[in-house]
Design a protein around this ligand. Structure first.
Ligand code: NAD
Length: 477
């Protein structure tokens, strides 16, 4: 079997490889992907450092053309790349193709942003002096990504890094190297000079840790768990390095008595269970007021009965498998914890067997949960959600905000008063009214508050905050 290698200083390299396994069919090996060493990582960082002076001064048209070419190729190959994504991560094929299209759109957006770089010229408070404010590239950027969005998250970090003139060392998650390899191959063929974008696949404890220990990374943009994010933060203080961290969530979805029941059920089912609940923006706390509680639980249970859990590539599958055995064990452990804490299992909770051996779990809904239970406080990251019954809007808002996280917060209501109040008072980076907590646009800021995020926002023009550094220049006229 071919080994998909690492790209270091413009050369494909690496003989040690690991199998990329399909969670819908564990007999299928998606491919063999290189597993880099600490030495590979150091070489990649040195290559990115050597490439920085020239790339940071490259023309904006050159950057535009490369990013545009990459976006166009991803779009042209959306079905093939979507199938690869579905095979390595387990999202359903329509979800995977949608994510691939998103990656293409992100490259298109930043191809445009490259042409819109601008600064400010302002008068000085002193006579005969001019002041210019410009943005310059930061330097070598370390990019560390999680497994749950194998193509969109790499795209939304790589595209702005290159757009603003930085060079990159990119380490994808071990479970999903395939889509990362594919976009690096596309960008490499699109004409990036050697060393500008380096790919080092491999273990977090080896490749990731070597990146954290390097004094040569000017910035690290990380998406993943809270624990790893904290390691990135601590190491970065020592190296005086800029960081952007996107971490966990325990996103609330409030359902008020006056909600349109269909809208509420669709938003809640999507938020909690689509993409197998493996989204940082997934909602696992459904906070429901008394007047609609029983009707909501009944309608939600009916909706869950209609969702097919099966092979990600099969037509008609609504929910694919859990990503791997370890995550499946975490999900099952939390289902047991929920039972022991006294929540009532209203639907699911069981493993399912299908034609192919995979990590299939029923969508699982608890009722009679409280916000103090571990299932309501800790991120599970699987198809498991709990209904928390509350008296009224005020209690719903208080419960929604009573969490260490703050990524996305949703409300289903027909009341303008409550929707407006919620938008202002939800302690989250993103607020959704009558929409799922997951599902965002690519041209506007993405990020959270409290334990969910640290540093400036990703995506849209706000990405410039992280990927550039501001310079103020004074000139005597
Ligand atoms: P993870 O923290 O285990 O891994 C993330 C990345 O960090 C991987 O590439 C991993 O190899 C690397 N890593 C692990 N140990 C490292 C170390 N010592 N040094 C450097 N890098 C290291 O997270 P995961 O399980 O891949 O992803 C799931 C988590 O990601 C969930 O908590 C989820 O909420 C979060 N997530 C957040 C967002 C967001 O935008 N807020 C988006 C997607 C996922």
């Amino acid at each position: 079997m071919t080994i998909y290698q690492n790209l270091i200083a413009g050369e494909w390299t690496g003989a040690d490889a690991v199998e990329n396994i399909n969670p819908s069919d564990t007999k299928e090996v998606v491919g063999l992907y290189a597993s880099g060493s600490a030495a590979d990582t150091k070489n990649a960082i040195a290559a990115a450092k050597a490439a920085f002076p020239a790339w940071s001064r490259s023309g904006i048209w050159e950057r535009h053309v490369i990013l545009k070419k990459a976006g166009d190729e991803i779009m042209a190959r959306k079905d093939e790349l979507g199938a690869l994504l579905a095979r390595e991560e387990g999202k359903t094929l329509p979800e995977a193709i949608g994510e691939t299209i998103r990656a293409s759109q992100i490259f298109e957006f930043f191809a445009g942003e490259a042409l819109r770089l601008a600064g400010e010229v302002v008068p000085s408070v002193r006579p005969n002096i001019g002041v210019e404010i410009t943005r310059e590239p930061l330097g070598v950027i370390g990019i560390i990504t999680p497994w749950n969005f194998p193509i969109a998250i790499p795209a939304w970090k790589i595209a702005p890094a290159l757009c603003y003139g930085n060079t990159v060392v990119f380490k994808p998650a071990e479970l999903v190297p395939g889509c990362s390899w594919a976009i690096v191959d596309i960008l490499n063929r699109a004409g990036l000079p050697k060393g500008v974008l380096n790919l080092v696949m491999g273990k977090g404890s080896v490749v990731g840790q070597t990146m954290l220990d390097s004094p040569d990374l000017a910035g690290i943009t990380f998406t993943g768990s809270v624990g790893t994010g904290k390691r990135v933060a601590v190491s970065s203080i020592e190296h005086n390095r800029k960081i952007q961290l996107e971490m966990g969530g325990k996103n609330p979805m409030v359902i008020l008595d006056d909600a349109d029941l269909n809208v509420a059920v669709e938003a809640a089912a999507n938020s909690a269970f689509f993409s197998t609940g493996q989204r940082c923006t997934a909602s696992s706390r459904l906070i429901v007021t008394e007047g609609i509680h029983d009707r909501f639980v009944a309608a939600m249970t009916e909706r869950l009965k209609s969702l097919n859990v099966d092979h990600a590539l099969k037509t008609g599958t609504h929910i694919g498998p859990v990503v791997d055995e370890r995550q499946l064990k975490t999900d099952i452990d939390y289902i047991e914890i929920g039972r022991q804490e006294g929540a009532k299992l209203a639907f699911g909770g069981e493993l399912i067997s299908r034609d192919t051996p995979g990590f299939y779990l029923q969508p699982t809904l608890f009722t009679e949960a409280t916000n103090q239970m571990r299932i309501s406080r800790e991120e599970i990251f699987g198809p498991v959600a709990s209904v928390i019954r509350v008296r009224d809007y005020d209690e719903a808002l208080a419960v929604a905000n009573d969490t260490p996280f703050g990524l996305s917060s949703g409300i289903a209501t027909t009341s303008l008063k409550h929707a407006t109040h919620f938008k202002r008072n939800a302690e989250a980076g993103m607020v959704m009214v009558n929409l799922p907590t997951a599902g965002v646009d690519f041209h506007v800021p993405f990020g959270g508050r409290k334990g969910s995020s640290y540093g400036s926002r990703e995506q849209g023009k706000y990405a410039a905050e992280f990927f550039t550094v501001v310079k103020t220049a004074y000139t005597l006229a």
